[in-house]
Design a protein around this ligand. Structure first.
Ligand code: PLP
Length: 387
């Protein structure tokens, strides 16, 4: 059976797939249909936080499947309540809304900001600021939030009520706030899809102080940066920020679809019954999977994520063909002399799966990837960069 041919014929053409069919994996190793082994430096774009078929994760999922696989949100379930509690304890946020994806978590954040603002300042204060070069999702509203015009083309009209400012432009931010009725601002601490570009700490600090002064909500999109990826539970913690709203997904449930919007003190009770919902949100299997991930994100574990990040940097810094390294924790961008797509193809040929983000090679390995695999992968990446 030619799976690639069937896929090409029947699956919508939205993904430029690599010419590889993955059939199994264990930890940070995966195998294709011919039995070829690869070191996985992409973890499903930052999703399989503890690698493929992680035993603790599997046990949590299988145990819960044997109890109850789904129950309507009209009833209480233990994994959902416990996960919300744990996320709040680890973040200082107050309440959680669960959903299924990053885009849905961002939609929830935007609804929270609009309702908070409508109740506090009147209906006119509905505009959301996002940053140029940001990425916030593919639904029509999160596309409108995404500050990259090329994603918008042919999908207009998008949801109105979004304006974009350049990261680092404090004067532009203040002017935009003065000239619009702003409900909130949504930022990524590291622009992932935008090319693994961290926000400057000075800008983050000024932005947070000004928003506080103006009573404008700070929303941080932690879909890619969250759940330990940055070396802290959430990337905003590296910047000393305390957001009003945090959206997250990807690595949260270690490979099952789950998004979450964490609501801070100001907005913890913004939603009333019927304001929002999601049939699968807080699903007990996904929530059990997430508990098995989040419980393990201890300070000690997160310090090891930072150490692994430093290990990668020390192995790749100054290597021939690598111009610069950007990112935070295990979210790393390599500016290479050779086009990124060529480097990724050469790595794949030699048994290492990497990603791209704009003109960068992007590395998002599992948070527990063994050093030995990291060292082997970096050798392959270095060779692919050095032509
Ligand atoms: N926000 C950020 C920062 C992302 O990186 C992504 C996906 O890459 C999204 C939102 C959208 O997430 P999803 O694909 O789960 O809807």
């Amino acid at each position: 059976m030619d799976i690639k041919a069937i896929d090409k014929e029947y699956v919508a053409n939205t993904y430029a797939r690599f010419p590889v069919q993955i059939v199994s994996g264990k930890g940070s190793l995966v195998w294709d249909e011919t039995g070829k082994e690869y070191i996985d430096m992409g973890s499903g774009i930052g999703v399989t936080a503890f690698g493929i078929a992680d035993e603790q994760w599997q046990k949590a999922v299988i145990d819960q499947i044997g109890k109850v696989q789904h129950m309507s949100n009209l009833y209480y379930t233990e994994p959902c309540a416990k996960l919300a509690q744990l996320l709040c304890q680890k973040s200082g946020m107050k309440k959680v809304f669960f959903c299924n994806s990053g885009a849905e978590a961002n939609e929830t954040a935007i609804k929270a900001a609009r309702k908070y603002s409508a109740e506090k300042k009147g209906n006119v204060c509905d505009t959301i600021i996002t940053l140029i070069n940001s990425f916030h999702g593919r639904t029509l509203t999160t596309l409108a939030a995404t500050g990259q015009d090329h994603f918008h083309e042919l999908f207009t009209p998008l949801t109105p009520g979004f304006v974009h400012v350049a990261a680092g432009d404090v004067a532009g931010l203040k002017e935009t706030i003065a000239n619009n009725k702003i409900a909130g601002i949504m930022i990524e601490c590291v622009q992932g899809e935008g090319g693994v570009i961290p926000l400057s700490p000075g800008f983050a600090k000024e932005l947070a102080a000004y928003l506080k002064e103006q009573d404008i909500l700070l929303m941080v999109d932690e879909v890619q940066t969250g759940n330990g990826r940055s070396g802290k539970m959430y990337a905003y913690m590296n910047y000393g920020l305390q957001p009003d709203v945090v959206s997250t997904a990807k690595g949260l449930a270690g490979g099952l679809p789950m998004g979450a919007t964490l609501l801070g003190e100001k907005v913890k009770d913004v939603f009333s019954y019927g304001d929002h919902g999601s049939t699968f949100g807080g699903n007990p299997v996904a929530a059990s999977a997430a508990l098995s991930v989040v419980e393990r994100l201890t300070d000690e574990f997160l310090a090891d994520v930072t150490r692994k990040s430093e290990l990668i940097r020390s192995l790749l810094e100054g290597a021939d063909g690598i111009e610069s390294i950007s990112g935070l924790g295990l979210m790393i961008g390599l500016k290479t002399v050779r086009p990124a797509a060529e480097v990724v193809a050469a790595c794949m040929e030699n048994g290492v799966l990497c990603l791209t983000a704009k003109d960068k090679v992007r590395l998002l390995p599992a948070l527990n990837i063994p050093d030995e695999l990291l060292i082997r992968a970096c050798d392959v990446i270095k060779a692919a960069c050095n032509i």
